[in-house]
Write a protein that binds this ligand. Structure first.
Ligand code: NAD
Length: 428
């Protein structure tokens, strides 16, 4: 049988497995297996050439039972409705597992943003809002950045929404730039959150974090701050990061046996997470093939690029030494690879727990927008650490008690909370 790589089928399969464990009512399962609402639309953009190009846009609201739907907008050339559906569903579980009062949503545009000028990008962002503004809002559905989008783009979108509804509405979108309604700590939030969960996993496994090594896939927003945090908070060494090279249209792994300097690499990385490999080489880094990261003899693997990267084939290359897999990306591990990790006793921190730092600080951002009062960075990061650590503890506790894998325990915690809200609201 061909391996399942469709992200939405994967998300449904994971859900079905846990629904079975929880003995969920079939009618409730049917509600939660599908998005509540989905929108697909065209966004025509006047290009610099004078012509008009039409882009396909999506917004999917999986659930709003615990609060407004919440989730990023991804600008990617291979975006599909099914990817957006899967990501929207994962957002529902993510918000529930960290216990923030929000539901799950996700958006997308089929585009390679690197091929657009700044003006074209701005028009595309404003056009996306023009198509969907009636169906989003601080009390309905709150988008945020994801792959291929930036705080500036969120700023344009917030501005367009505010103009269309006739009032300044910073709470319609999160991940906004600082000074434009953004929160301190949002940029670092997802990556640092990944590290807080790795720290807790290491405590549980009684590992000395200062003696550990890690290999990362991706070097974008999540991976950069996770790599920095791995050095700064855990005292461990990051051996390599991989990335997609926009010029060569292939991926590479940038490595140094005695540990990379993520701050230096960040300084030679563009806004799309593409590293200047010539400058890296000059500083003594080795440039290896794109999949070299997964074969490294390290204690921790952090897939933090795209979904489906750790699959039936690539999992065979994972070293026996690997004790922790921390899913920085959404859906990086296919069910087949997941089964291999379970069999080999690898401690896996599931995506919607591991990378929940971003949405947690997005939530803090809306709280600050509502109060019109902004917290210092340290306060944001302390609150983030508290949320991530509490979520990790509740999942670990259930995983030990029920003797289930961390992913299942995280689903059980999250789905349990969503179903509880459905009951409380009289939906079921
Ligand atoms: P990003 O666009 O900033 O970076 C993506 C990185 O992955 C880039 O370095 C890119 O070069 C690299 N990449 C792409 N294809 C690759 C390949 N085939 N091999 C190796 N590297 C590749 O994106 P991001 O914001 O860091 O998001 C990464 C993942 O984390 C996504 O799955 C996203 O949904 C998820 N996520 C992001 C956030 C957030 O706050 N940014 C929050 C939660 C989850």
């Amino acid at each position: 049988m061909a391996e399942m790589t469709n992200a939405f089928q994967m998300a449904q399969k994971q859900f079905d497995g846990v629904a079975e464990l929880l003995n969920l009512d079939p009618d409730v399962r049917e509600i939660l297996r599908w998005p509540t609402r989905e929108f697909a639309f065209q966004v025509p953009v006047r290009m610099e050439s004078g012509g008009i190009r039409t882009f396909q846009g999506f917004r999917v609201q999986h659930s709003d039972v615990r609060g407004p739907s919440k989730g990023g907008i991804r600008f990617h050339p291979s975006e599909t409705l099914d990817t957006v559906r899967a990501l929207a569903m994962w957002m529902t579980w993510k918000c529930a597992v960290v216990d923030i009062p929000l539901g799950g949503g996700k958006g997308g545009v089929v585009v390679d943003p690197a091929t657009l000028s700044t003006t074209e990008k701005e028009r595309l962002c404003r056009g996306w809002i023009q198509q969907i503004y009636r169906n989003i809002g601080p009390r309905q559905d709150v988008p945020a950045p994801d792959v291929g989008t930036t705080p500036q783009m969120m700023g344009w979108m917030m501005d367009e929404y505010s103009k269309l509804v006739g009032e300044f509405t910073p709470g319609v979108i999160t991940g906004k730039p600082l000074g434009g309604g953004g929160s301190l700590g949002r940029t670092e939030a997802t990556g640092f959150g990944v590290i807080y969960t790795i720290r807790e996993a290491m405590k549980h496994l009684k590992m000395d974090s200062t003696k550990t090594t890690a290999a990362f896939q991706g070097f974008g927003n999540v991976s950069q701050y996770a790599a920095i945090g791995f050095n700064k908070f855990l005292g461990g060494k990051v051996i390599c990061v991989s990335y997609w090279d926009r010029e060569d249209r292939t991926s590479y792994t940038v490595s140094k046996a005695d540990g990379i300097d993520p701050v230096f690499l960040q300084s030679i990385t563009d806004q799309y997470g593409s590293i200047n490999k010539d400058m890296a080489r000059k500083e003594g880094y080795q440039i290896e093939s794109g999949d070299a990261w997964i074969e490294k003899d390290v204690d921790v693997l952090v897939p933090a690029a795209l979904e489906g990267q750790v699959n039936a084939e690539s999992v065979k290359k994972v070293s026996d030494r690997v004790k922790i897999v921390a899913e920085g990306a959404n859906g990086p591990t296919t069910p087949e690879a997941d089964a291999v990790f379970q069999k080999n006793g690898v401690f896996l921190i599931p995506d919607f727990l591991c990378n929940a730092g971003g949405v947690t600080v997005s939530y803090f951002e809306s709280v600050q927008n509502d109060m019109n009062y902004y917290w210092p960075q340290q306060e944001v990061l302390e609150k983030l650490d508290f949320k991530m650590t509490s979520a990790f503890e509740s999942v670990l506790e259930l995983s030990v008690k029920e003797k289930v894998f961390m992913r299942q325990a995280a689903y059980m915690v999250a789905i349990g909370r969503v179903v509880k809200a459905m009951e409380l609201r009289g939906w079921i």
